[in-house]
Design a protein. Structure first.
Length: 78
């Protein structure tokens, strides 16, 4: 398996990463994957809750919401 955005599960975006859930490695992988996949600047994605859970809430700064939604839809269709 590889790091990927697997699509939507109801209103939740499902993301898969290979990094183990230790010392924040999986959280860093989630952030890096979102930034890269959505074409965002480094540091624009932050996990705001769920750092020790499989369910996380992220905050994305400096992004156009409409463009972000279109990019997510495009990624989740492939």
């Amino acid at each position: 398996s590889k790091d990927c955005i697997a699509g939507w599960l109801e209103s939740t975006l499902k993301i898969k990463v290979q990094a183990p859930p230790e010392k924040g490695k999986a959280n860093k992988a989630v952030i890096k994957l979102l930034e890269k996949s959505l074409g965002l600047a480094k540091g624009s994605v932050e996990i705001t809750s769920g750092t020790t859970s499989t369910i996380k809430t992220v905050s994305i700064s400096s992004a156009d919401e409409t463009l972000l939604q279109k990019n997510l839809e495009k990624i989740c269709k492939t």
